[in-house]
Write a protein that binds this ligand. Structure first.
Ligand code: PMP
Length: 365
């Protein structure tokens, strides 16, 4: 448990920081954890063995190579770009923070499309960045691409999240291209979940055309390394240099660099579990859609989670946790997401359990 900030300490804080509370991931140990869009599949044994060997061979007495040259080159080769177009960070979160440090601030507006990943507004607030919200439709969660393009014309930073967290849909490539053309600033495509979107889902092909586009990826989801904390951005060398200028010099530790390098080199080993998650996503959606007579609704997802609306969502989520030891994320108090929960796609057994538990709770009434 984190203590709360005392009034005396709060009075010492910068106003933008004093408006905040410590981040609460609403985590509680449970038997089944489908709350943070982690990958609940076991690590392929060959990858785990190779990571263990790499960690054992990594000295810890020296500072890391600042920009993680070896890892950076391996990522560059993977994506068919030069190494100066890649920057790694301590999770995608650090790179998002650095993006705001470099390109945000007063009079440098950000455009986002809520409901979306809450971290953008948090970081924007921390560095006093004005936010222009182009809301998604609150029934379909579809984007108004024309409105995003219009808003982009006066933005210093636009974030398009594809697939979007927590609503699950992709941002069309032609829309991203139009936003890049309209925006005088930087456009970040946050593709944290892109590997679950299928062949051709990534917009990284647009990097050749638009030098103001940056694409964020992470090893946390498809590559089962949320605990390693390794994300990367692909962008024009000059944008990469700007992100390098504001970063903490040694933010990615040697053990994370070593583990992620193995993950990148052995990336094909993860294909079976990615395919499994994609097929389980359909099965989970079908299982939940069968509960439509009980008031359950889902939306199409290209990610490793589903947004689910159901009656009394906050209460159902608490009962899933307390009576069934199943943790899912409650979004019911987020504007535009009334009665919505987000359920990460788990293993077949986990998915069956979550459907059975929701069925039994909703059937009681
Ligand atoms: N972007 C989105 C949309 C996310 O949902 C997340 C993780 N929750 C991230 C970025 C950052 O992921 P990480 O820091 O684990 O790389």
């Amino acid at each position: 448990m984190t203590a709360s900030i005392s009034p005396e300490v709060r009075a010492l804080m910068r106003p933008a920081a004093a408006a905040l509370e410590p981040y609460d991931p609403a985590f509680k140990p449970t038997r089944i954890n489908l709350s943070a869009n982690e990958n609940t599949y076991p690590m392929p044994p060959a990858v785990r063995t190779a990571i263990d060997a790499a960690l054992a061979a990594t000295p810890t007495n020296r500072y890391p190579v600042a920009l993680s040259d070896e890892l950076r080159s391996a990522i560059a080769e993977w994506h068919g770009v030069s190494a100066d177009r890649v920057i790694v960070g301590n999770g995608g979160d650090e790179l998002l923070f650095n993006l705001f440090l470099a390109f945000g601030g007063p009079a440098r507006p950000l455009v986002t499309c809520p409901p979306t990943f809450s971290v953008y507004a948090l970081y924007a607030g921390l560095v006093d960045t004005p936010v222009t919200s182009v809301e998604r439709d609150h029934d379909t969660y579809e984007l108004d691409v024309d409105a995003v393009v219009e808003a982009a014309r006066t933005a210093n930073l636009v974030i398009v999240t594809t697939p979007n967290n927590p609503t699950g849909g992709l941002f069309p490539h032609e829309g991203i291209a139009r936003v890049c053309e309209a925006c005088p600033g930087i456009v970040l495509a946050d593709e944290a979940y892109i590997e679950f979107g299928g062949e051709g889902a990534s917009c990284e092909g647009l990097l050749d055309t638009y030098d103001n586009l940056a694409v964020l990826h992470t090893m946390s989801k498809a590559f089962q390394m949320a605990g390693v904390r390794l994300g990367y951005v692909l962008a024009d060398p000059s944008v990469v240099a700007a992100l390098a200028a504001v970063r903490q010099p040694y933010s990615v530790n040697v053990l994370s660099q070593a583990a992620a390098l193995v993950g990148v080199r052995m990336r094909d080993e993860f294909a079976p579990s990615i395919a499994r998650i994609v097929s389980e996503r359909s099965r989970l959606a079908a299982g939940l859609d069968r509960l439509a007579p009980l008031g359950v609704r889902t939306w199409p997802s290209a990610a490793n989670f589903l947004l689910v609306r159901l009656p009394n969502a906050a209460q159902v989520r608490a009962r899933l946790r307390d009576e069934c030891s199943i943790l899912v994320r409650d979004f019911s108090s987020t504007p535009g997401l009334a009665d919505c929960l987000r359920v990460t796609v788990g293993t077949p057994e986990e998915n069956d359990e979550v459907v059975a538990a929701i069925t039994s709770i909703l059937s009681e009434a």
